[in-house]
Design a protein around this ligand. Structure first.
Ligand code: CP
Length: 306
């Protein structure tokens, strides 16, 4: 992983993922360390973010590194017409690593190609969100004790949800069964179904989940991605179809955990938050340890407690 870009979750092998999870566990044991002293990391967010940006920045600060960057393109020279290429080449002169979120699919791959320092994709349009996936895998491993042979329910916006796309590709290494639950206009794109078909991975598509919820080991809820819709009426028609409520969880498995990359809008009622099967806020916390693991692996640094 040293000096390599992390653009897509497919950049990491099963062994790479195991190493990230091992490192994340070490950082969870000892979150405050000094291993990033003298490192400057650029955080370039061309799209809004709370968890990804702040958990990366928290991760870096807790390892004694320094962060430069911006949280909206309007405060950078992009607003004067500067190209992404020139922006990345310039920022690479000032930093040891670039973390970037951008609305265009493929932007992270392009940034990685023109940058002299490694690039981490913090979300590129509806395409990929690999660091979210690694924290999702860490959360699943922590709560299930394994990543193998799980029944994964992916619910909500499976068309535009980049976290779903990355998670599906990663979990496919661990012999899962997938249940996709979505409105017909937000179904999982064909390219991902072909990906699963080629790997002989079982998947089922549904428009309802109340009758089958008892089978789930992981329920991965997602927000309908308003910002990706060109027609606001289509968003209104699809936004509140799947709402998980506490009384729906009565006959679910003991090991079930409910994950959500967040932010949520209406898709998980607040009465679920107090259920011990709700894990989404702990999941977000796991983002700090996992992102510490990713940064240290890319910069070739070991945790002090390794
Ligand atoms: N999960 C996630 O990407 O959240 P943010 O958009 O707040 O970073």
């Amino acid at each position: 992983m040293k000096n390599r870009n992390l653009v897509s979750i497919t950049d990491y092998s099963k062994e790479d993922i195991s190493e990230i999870l091992r490192l994340a566990h070490l950082f969870e044991q000892k979150t405050n360390q000094r291993i990033l002293e003298n490192k400057v990391i650029a955080s370039l967010f061309f799209e809004p973010s709370t968890r990804t940006r702040l958990s990366f920045e928290s991760a870096i600060n807790r390892l004694s590194g320094r962060v430069i960057g911006f949280s909206e393109a309007g405060s950078s020279s992009v607003s004067k017409g500067e190209s992404l290429k020139d922006t990345i080449k310039t920022v690479a002169n000032y930093s040891d690593l670039i973390i970037m979120r951008h609305p265009l699919e493929g932007s992270a791959k392009y940034a990685g190609e023109v940058s002299d320092v490694p690039v981490i994709n913090a979300g590129d349009g509806a395409n990929q969100h690999p660091t979210q996936t690694l924290l999702d895998l860490y959360s699943i491993y922590k709560t299930q004790g394994t990543l193998e042979n799980l029944n994964i329910f992916l619910i909500g916006d499976l068309k535009y949800g980049r976290t779903v796309h990355s998670l599906l590709m990663a979990m496919s290494k661990y012999n899962p069964v997938f249940n996709f639950i979505s409105h017909k206009k937000l179904r999982i794109p064909d390219e991902y179904k072909m990906f699963l078909h080629d790997l002989n991975i079982k998947y089922y598509e549904h428009t309802e989940f109340t009758d089958i919820i008892s089978r789930a080991d992981i329920m991965y809820m997602t927000r309908v991605q308003k910002e990706r819709f060109s027609d606001p009426i289509e968003y209104e028609k699809t936004k509140d179809i799947y709402i998980l409520r506490n009384n729906m969880l009565t006959d679910t498995k003991d090991n079930l955990k409910i994950l959500h990359p967040l932010p949520r809008v209406n898709e998980i009622n607040e009465d679920v938050d107090k259920n011990e099967k709700a894990y989404y806020f702990e999941q977000a916390k796991n983002g700090v340890y996992t992102r510490q693991a990713i940064i240290s692996a890319i910069l070739g640094l070991k945790p002090e407690n390794n």
